[in-house]
Design a protein around this ligand. Sequence first.
Ligand SMILES: Cc1cc2nc3c(=O)[nH]c(=O)nc-3n(C[C@H](O)[C@H](O)[C@H](O)COP(=O)(O)O)c2cc1C
Length: 320
Amino acid sequence: MLTTRFTARLGVEHPVALAPMGGAAGGALAAAVSNGGGLGLLGVGSAKDPAWVERELDLVAQGTDRPWGAGFQCWAAPVRVLEQVLERGPAAIMLAFGDPRPYLDAVRRSDAALIVMVTDLAEAHTAVEVGADVIVAQGTDAGGHGGSRGTIGFVPVVADLAGDVPVLAAGGIADGRGVAAALALGADGALLGTRFLATPEALGGPVQEKAVLEGGSEDTDRSSVVDIAHESGWPARWTGRALRTPFSDRWRLHEDALRSDPAARAEFRAAEERGDPDATVVWAGESLDLVTDLVPAADLVGVIAGETEAAVRRSAGAVR
Ligand SMILES: Cc1cc2nc3c(=O)[nH]c(=O)nc-3n(C[C@H](O)[C@H](O)[C@H](O)COP(=O)(O)O)c2cc1C
């Protein structure tokens, strides 16, 4: 068994956390990851629908008696939804993509650990300043939204900056070799998103599942095209990595033109609503090459933990 500052701080068995993926990490997936010995984080995202949040909270809170948490997008999520979640006694709250300060009082009034995800050094300094209990260093390999730092260069510098604060690496990690690499980089574990999309518990349905299983890393790219088309309000400094589509290929180098083309945006949204596969957005990351089978999430946590131990032993065995 691998014990790190993260497993000790959160009271979990394995140094693996589920990324709180909006639209993918619902209560069933979060509960399954926690039941498998990892930290399951419910993806509250921008928290547009409090009734949905309540339903998913029921699933996670009733689905596990182990530590679980929830994650929010700071640029969008109202504090009242955070308070709604805190009433259910999560072990952790993860804040990402924006200023964590408006949420601090509510988190600190609870027993939840504060996890802050960072995508560049300025955000990492802020996470330390606000007293994060865990910092997630997310590299650009990640599926979904993120920045431009490469995971392998970014994690050690955040680990140095964080000092006594445990760090999780995120972005491009899908198996135990990746988690072991995170440990070697100075992190205390890893937060995985894309890998958990290929589990029966993930939200998203058969189209997403098939796309994730059949797609490869080189089929993804990172841009603001989907955010512009959705008129979602996502700040442009965080781009999104998703499977490429004819639409994203058409507009990737012409984002300003798309901003001033309401007809093209409306056409994309209409195609998406019709379920046109060419307009289906599947957020996914660089680790996609390693995602080839559908595995129940609790089992997956155990497999990844076993692989991590094997990889750590293999590296240690090379030392003379
Ligand atoms: C489908 C999907 C949705 C995501 N949604 C969110 C989100 O709502 N909030 C958030 O903080 N991060 C979100 N992320 C990013 C994850 O937190 C995490 O950093 C990323 O998945 C890690 O990289 P990986 O996908 O290579 O494992 C999302 C990622 C994916 C793949």
